[in-house]
Design a protein around this ligand. Sequence first.
Ligand SMILES: [Zn+2]
Length: 150
Amino acid sequence: MRKTQVGKLKPRFSFILNSHSDVRVSRCPMCEKLTHARKFAFLIHVDAWGPMVQGKTAKFCSACELIVVHQDELEAELVHSFEKLDPKLIGNSYLVIGTVETKTWKRGVKGEPGTLDEVLQQTADFDRVLTLQVDPGGWRPAASKPFRSD
Ligand SMILES: [Zn+2]
């Protein structure tokens, strides 16, 4: 059964939350071309808070439309954000849902965050969520259910 779509835009991008801090994904795990850094605005659902938008530079393969986010870096950014928003929520479970159009996110950074509905109008859920499987023979993507940190 397909999960409920959150964002109003058509789902796009494949997504990997990379929990292996020693694997830096300089090459795409799907096509082995070099990845490059690209800034995205992610819609993240944080337990006891709800949806929030977090800007984060990620590794991107434009051929595969694959985004790889390093979990340790993302969690450091979330800690930074929640030190201001609500420190007692640091460490709560979260789910990365999709990407928000960067112009919408930049308005929020400038102090015009808009309503949640306006943000969701500019949000695209991930088309596919993959996990990075690391084994002694190398590492490869594997299809999986949407990632949960708990
Ligand atoms: Zn690729």
